[in-house]
Write a protein that binds this ligand. Structure first.
Ligand code: DGJ
Length: 723
């Protein structure tokens, strides 16, 4: 709930667990007085910074000096929006150049309103729900008719704060936004570590933890997408916090393009965070009468450690972000053709894939890359979204799936074009090039200039024709390169700084049209594995392919770390041909994700198929209740322990699944594994040893890991069910 404390001139965002206080000072600046666990009472005058080098005297016009009565410390006080090119040098989230070239950007409070819910953002993915309240401040630039709406939302049932800015130009002239980030947050302590998730293709999201130091630290992407190299999910962990204790503050952005998380700390050992769209090569011409909306930044606050932060993000994503409503129903077990045959298949081989896949219990057959245009190799086809009838009779393949009661899904890479394609020959201007003819090709493909609405329409019409002609239940949406040069043939010189953001808006406009028109089709995001694993994509796609690395030894690290910020229910995870474990164990591993299969099914033995069928039964019995809708606990990290252990508990605590993967053949140095989240008074039956104990036994003494000697990469599923 949000209340305005008129006596103290403070906006109080409070859900009974967390509290966010914003003081409107007498000069019209919004001071962030407090953000943390709820407290009973506060006195704003005692909570603001005093002393320090900053003078309380400032000069208004150069010819007179005024003593500022409210003791406001420019450049030192925590504020919601720093002034730029003036006395606050910490780095403002917004920089809006004047026509005369001046960079001064100085917004002052005009009014505020408080309402239930959260503002829907027109052309951007955003949070939804009535279980929250928003305060919207109207601020005016000191010298011109330029306004900012600054919105801060607090959720009632989860410890999530959302911020964003909207800039409105009523100056009568164009202005240029040279930085348009979504939020600022100033915190009074430096005693945190900064945790971010760096990586590359097939090694996404390695957790990197560095102490927050004096100066600037940045995490971001300038590759046109959120990227495999860094993820928009980052968190600050107080130095003494752990998995389930201590202060942790997580950040994410509902955005899929370039981003920058910047943290600055100065002599006073406070930290100043700005977060939003990366300002590298960003210049947005905002015409008179127009507004620019920044993506929503999501802040998760926990005083119960990293898992507390994760639980906020997980429930937020499931309840207030994903818009695909059919995921509330049963999600079919998926088989994907890619790893089995890549681009090399025939009609007969695909029919045989369906026959064999059916024997493993799968319920959705997905035909990956290679079904369209002249796509026999990766030099051609992208941009030509019509079925290659010489290779395939798609109606027959779909009918064949239906005979087994299977649904059918198909792969697209809508934002790409091959140089040899018919689309390129007809519309070379659709390709994103460099300045002049310099355009680097990677994976033999170019990007389509999605800042160009004609190009987006063209792809929309082609995809629509396929969807209308064939019975399609699922679409995998891939993106297999990065933006290198970012010059658009469609925009003049003044607007080239808009290309990256316009490309991201183009991606959203196509996704939004298709998902609205075909609400029953489930779209799965993908980008060379998990290079666009972000909240922007999740708004439309309830699941995202997490990585092209399916070997459980490596994938365990990717899944463990990804699940700190995102729920297992959206993390595409498949069983593949990896030799490290048998099929039974690999399938148990994949259960802690969306679950699916991806291999040549002709090579499966009877024993393999039996193992997969057994796991399909487990999937049907437990997945929705315990893994998708349950609560996740991280128990052992494959990066720091010799184990990968995760636990899920269903909502009424009658059932828990624990995935145990041993990485090394050795006597475990932690003999007992204490479980979490069970009901201490309920009795649970252990499927591995047939014993029955109370929840408090499992949580206080734990599971004895030394009961049996385990082989390296042995994977087991412990099921506890109430008796
Ligand atoms: C990259 C994806 O991550 C794979 O799963 C597969 O779809 C290929 N692209 C197809 O080109």
């Amino acid at each position: 709930m949000i209340i305005f404390d008129e006596k103290q001139n403070v906006i109080r965002l409070d859900n009974g667990r967390i509290l966010y206080l914003i003081y409107i000072n007498s000069e019209g600046y919004l001071e962030t007085v407090y953000f943390g666990e709820s407290i009973k009472d506060f006195d704003v005058s005692l909570s603001r910074p005093t002393g320090g080098e900053e003078s309380t005297i400032y000069s208004i016009s150069g010819n007179r000096e005024v003593e500022y009565p409210d003791g406001y410390k420019y450049g030192l006080a925590p504020v919601e929006l720093s002034v730029h090119a003036s006395r606050d040098k910490r780095g403002a989230p917004l920089i809006i150049k004047r026509e005369n070239g001046s960079y001064v950007t100085d917004f002052i409070y005009v009014s505020h309103k408080i309402y239930k819910g959260i503002k829907n953002l027109d052309n951007l993915p955003c949070a939804h729900g009535e279980n929250c309240s928003t305060v919207e401040f109207l601020l005016k630039e000191r010298t011109r008719e330029l306004y900012v709406k600054h919105r801060v939302t607090i959720f009632d049932d989860k410890d999530i704060i959302i911020k964003n800015f909207e800039i409105i130009n009523n100056t009568g002239k164009d202005v240029v936004l040279s930085r348009a980030m979504s939020m600022q947050l100033d915190l009074p302590s430096i005693d945190y570590t900064l945790n971010h998730f760096s990586g590359r293709w097939a090694q996404e999201r390695n957790r990197v933890e560095n102490k927050v130091l004096d100066g600037v630290q940045e995490v971001g992407s300038n590759r046109g997408i959120s990227s495999a190299e860094e993820n928009p999910f980052v968190f600050l962990k107080s130095e003494n916090a752990g998995l389930d204790y201590g202060e942790v503050i997580g950040f994410n952005l509902i955005y899929s393009g370039n981003f920058k998380f910047r943290l600055f700390s100065d002599y006073y050992k406070a930290i100043h965070i700005t977060y939003g769209i990366d300002d590298e090569d960003f210049d947005w011409v905002l015409e008179n009468g127009q507004s620019f909306i920044t993506p929503q930044a999501i802040i998760s606050y926990s005083n119960n450690g990293i898992d507390g932060m994760s639980h906020n993000f997980h429930s937020f994503i499931k309840e207030n972000l994903i818009t695909y409503r059919f995921d509330k129903e049963y999600k079919p077990i998926l088989f994907n053709s890619w790893e089995g045959c890549h681009l090399t298949f025939t009609m007969d081989s695909m029919l045989a894939y369906v026959d064999k896949a059916a024997e493993t219990g799968v319920e959705l057959f997905v035909l990956d890359d290679g079904w369209f245009g002249r796509r026999d190799d990766d030099f051609d086809g992208l941009g030509d979204w019509h079925v290659n009838n010489e290779k395939l009779n798609l109606h027959r393949l779909i009918d064949h799936c239906h005979k087994y009661g299977m649904k059918f899904g198909i792969w697209f890479e809508p934002e790409m074009i091959n140089y040899n394609s018919d689309l390129y020959k007809a519309h070379p201007e659709y390709a994103l090039t460099g300045d002049g003819d310099c355009a680097h090709i990677t994976r033999h493909q170019l990007l389509i200039d999605f800042s160009n609405p004609d190009a987006v329409d063209n792809i929309y019409n082609q995809m629509k024709a396929i969807i209308d002609e064939y019975e399609i239940d699922y679409i995998k949406w891939d993106y297999n390169r990065r933006v290198l040069e970012h010059f658009s043939n469609n925009l003049d010189g003044r607007h080239q700084g808009e290309v990256y953001h316009r490309m991201t808006l183009g991606y959203y406009s196509l996704l939004s049209r298709l998902t609205k028109e075909y609400p029953k089709i489930m779209f799965e995001g993908c980008a060379s594995g998990g290079a666009r694993f972000d909240m922007g994509t999740l708004y439309y796609c309830p699941q995202i392919w997490t990585s092209d690395e399916c070997n459980p030894a490596r994938r365990s690290i990717i899944n463990y770390n990804t699940s700190f910020g995102y729920p297992l229910s959206c993390m595409g995870t498949h069983v593949n041909v990896s030799k490290i474990m048998d099929y039974k164990q690999k399938s148990l591993f994949a259960l802690f994700g969306t679950y699916g299969l991806e291999m040549n099914p002709n090579l499966l033995t009877q024993e393999d198929k039996k193992a997969l069928l057994d796991t399909s039964e487990l999937y049907k019995k437990y997945h929705k209740d315990v893994i998708e809708n349950g609560t996740l606990y991280h128990l052992r990290s494959p990066e720091t322990d010799n184990w990968y252990i995760m636990q899920c508990v269903n909502a009424d605590k009658t059932c828990s699944l624990i995935l145990l993967m041993n990485l090394m053949r050795e006597q475990p140095h932690s003999r007992y594994l204490k479980l979490k989240g069970l009901n201490p008074d309920k009795k649970y039956l252990n499927n591995l040893n047939g014993c029955t104990y109370y929840g408090d036994y499992y949580m206080k003494i734990g599971v004895n890991l030394c009961e049996t000697w385990r082989n390296e990469f042995g994977c087991e599923l412990l099921i506890l069910e109430e008796v």
